[in-house]
Design a protein around this ligand. Structure first.
Ligand code: DSN
Length: 415
């Protein structure tokens, strides 16, 4: 980044600082990852210079001879990898992508039925603070108080009473598998469209370690930067019958020109995700999460649903007498980056919740395995036990950095 260093040393230095931080810390936010150097190069390419409103072969601007080919490659790779009829690779990120799906398929006032945010859902699944919960009517299902998993008898009951136009599966803090088949049975019974938001689990699905939403979901939305390990962006995939409506909703309905540099980087990430190495990565993400969960359980942590089937773990810190905010800040001081999170039936508020959310996409990308997960579990335990002890947190941070330096982070080369 020599030119950046000359032109804007302040921004250059902050990027270098962030780079060092990303190398020297254990990054456990389950929606984050390390992209490859190839994905970074495509993201930072001259494609950012080009306007391309429209779709390949049907643009509002000339000069698309290369951009059309790039977008078609991204579309074809998405269709092949996820085995879907149609893919739109233009959404800027997950929230606009879900908004586009609703804009395409719902009328104002129709009902969206999704998992409640404090129970592990997402803002855009109809939560009241989001446009999706105000512009449309919303019905929010919850997880069972004891098992913390979704209960299909209750979901069916709610669907029969609320008559949603769309049922959304997927979430941001649900550590168990999504049963797309059972959701599709409920959706069919009440005449609803089934949207699978697989943003968190897309990498697990293509890696064959999570059930596939195909053929059950009518529409599938995923961000591209979580377990899929691509640039920040999103894709909407669907059956042919919804293709035209979805495309129109993305552009011109909601967005202007696609971010062509992101489209190219998505294409690269999809190529990487179709390799045997990626399948092994997906498998390891899950086994690492299970090992970390086991270590935390052995150390007396209370895990929502008792463990995990995927890449993420949700911890209820109540029995440790530390609130989520304090716990997350103590861990950050100890070199372990995670996020505070509500837990199901949390008596506390989202900005000061009872839990912490951990995930293994980034540490697995660095090649960390069972031994490191056990060590990370031990550090988490120590940091939570010494959440007010700055010296102890600093000592842990030094040990964390020493371990991290043995595991190169994809995409980052230290000078
Ligand atoms: N912000 C994402 C996450 O952390 O799960 C969801 O959009």
């Amino acid at each position: 980044m020599d030119e950046l260093k000359r032109t804007d040393p302040e921004i250059y230095q902050l990027i270098k600082d962030e780079e060092r931080y990303e190398i020297d810390s254990v990054r456990l936010i389950p929606s984050e990852n390390y992209v490859s150097k190839a994905v970074l190069e495509a993201t930072g390419s001259i494609l950012t210079n080009k306007y391309s409103e429209g779709y390949p072969g049907r643009r509002y601007y000339e000069g698309q001879r290369y951009v059309d080919q790039i977008e078609m490659i991204a579309i074809d790779r998405a269709r092949a990898l996820f085995k879907v009829d149609h893919a739109n690779v233009q959404p800027y990120s997950g929230s606009p992508a879900n908004l586009a799906v609703y804009f395409a398929l719902l009328k104002p006032g129709d009902t969206i039925m999704g998992l409640s945010l404090p129970h592990g859902g997402h803002l855009t699944h109809g939560w009241q603070a989001s446009i999706t919960g105000t512009f449309w009517r919303s019905a929010q299902y919850v997880v069972d108080r004891e098992s913390h998993v979704v209960d299909f008898d209750k979901i069916r009951e709610m669907a029969r009473a609320e008559r949603p136009k769309i049922i959304v599966t997927g979430g941001t803090a649900y550590p168990r598998l999504w049963d797309f088949k059972s959701f599709s049975e409920v959706a069919k019974e009440v005449g609803a469209i089934l949207l699978a938001d697989i943003s968190h689990i897309a990498g697990l699905i293509v890696g064959g370690v999570h059930p596939d939403p195909v053929p059950y979901a009518d529409v599938i939305m995923t961000t591209t930067h979580k377990t899929l390990r691509g640039p920040r962006g999103a894709m909407i995939m669907c059956r042919n019958e919804y293709a035209e409506a979805i495309d129109k909703a993305v552009f011109p309905g909601l967005q202007g020109g696609p971010h062509n540099h992101t489209t190219a980087a998505i294409a690269v990430a999809l190529k990487e995700a179709s390799t045997p190495e990626f399948k092994a990565y997906a498998k390891k993400m899950v086994s690492n999460a299970k090992t970390l969960a086991d270590e935390l359980l052995a150390r007396g942590f209370s895990l929502v649903s008792g463990g995990t089937d995927n890449h993420l773990i949700l911890v209820d810190l109540t029995n440790k007498k530390v609130i989520g905010t304090k716990g997350a800040k103590a861990l950050d001081a100890a070199g372990i980056v995670c996020n505070k999170n509500t837990v199901p039936y949390d008596p506390r508020k989202p900005f000061s919740p009872s839990g912490l959310r951990f995930g293994t996409p980034a540490v697995t990308s660095r090649g960390m395995g069972d031994a490191e997960m056990r060590q990370i579990g031990k550090w988490i335990d120590e940091a939570i036990a010494h959440a007010n002890d700055e010296a102890a947190l600093k000592r842990i941070a030094a040990e964390v950095t020493e371990m991290c330096r043995r595991f190169p982070a994809p995409g980052i080369t230290l000078n």
